[in-house]
Design a binder for this molecule. Sequence first.
Ligand SMILES: [Zn+2]
Length: 373
Amino acid sequence: MKYCRECLMPDTKPYISFDEKGVCNACRAHHLKQQHLEGIDWKTREKEFDQMVLEAKAKRAPFYDVLVPVSGGKDSLTQVHRLLKCDLRILAVNVDYGIKTEVGWHNLMLVADMGANLSIYRPTQPLHRRLIYIGLQDFGDPDLLSHTLLHAYPLRVALQFKIPLVILGENSAFEYGGDAKLAQKNTITREWFSQYAANKGHDAKFVSERYEIPFEQLRLYDFPDEIEQSETRAVFMSYFFYWDSETHLEIALKHGFKTLDEAREGTYRNYVGIDEKINRIHQYIKVLKFGYGRATDHACEDIRAGRLAREEAKKLVRQYDLQDLSDDYVDDFVKYIGISRDEFFAVLEKYRNTRIWAKDAKGKWYIPYHLED
Ligand SMILES: [Zn+2]
């Protein structure tokens, strides 16, 4: 594998490209973003936000002024924290799409303790488990449709309750380098949803047709097009406030947010991906498919932010990225979707890319020239 000269992203990452200096497009986007961020007048954006909030309040909606989708992570607690300062009636909506952890429940409950109303939606399990199984078996991604549901469902709720404002988190097109036109928008659209929530067009309509599941059963997994003609406005918070993980963590900790005592498996960060368990499976398959995982993602972010030197980052990636899945995740997952461990591991092997992985003399899988420049 070939690695970016600045971060540690390998050339196996989908859509990656390198310039003549061997620098990846994500690093280049980051440089541009820094220049661009310096050009943003955040004070003006904050005023725009205040104005938008006043307009939402003035609509005197019957139940709530604003809806905010929450996972219970540091970003969602920050969203709630900022909205509470505006004295709004808040409905926080959590889509409980997988296997929540104890610390995940603790952090989610803080949302209501802070002063928002909290609604937890759990989709019908026989259908949802089938969708997770389809995602795993045929696409190597158990979160395939969960991801569309957690974007689409809160928008439906906002329409039903006639809530004038929905505050989403970050616009990934802007934050992580993506489509330039979508990056400049502050509202969610069908086009954004297809590109960033649904994985390359593998959305509810596609699954409905291919697996002969009536679309009526999957409607909640799909973007509500009605929102574009409605009184509800759905915007990204990252357009109005500088989006920064460390700041969000600090705010969340003040409200009682719990992190893990130490990093677990797959990455060195002890405060992300701690609320739910299926995502670990998703991240592990990424390692089989592309030879890099969550520790690389986090190390690259930290390198770009100037928090980590490239050689230090390599040490962390070596320590965490290729760690095996522990029984704690495997057992809960196979029990949840109702397959055997053997079947589960057979599916995983289907996704191991043997152009990246090789077997050593003892028959153990490894990545030749891992992290070697
Ligand atoms: Zn890079």
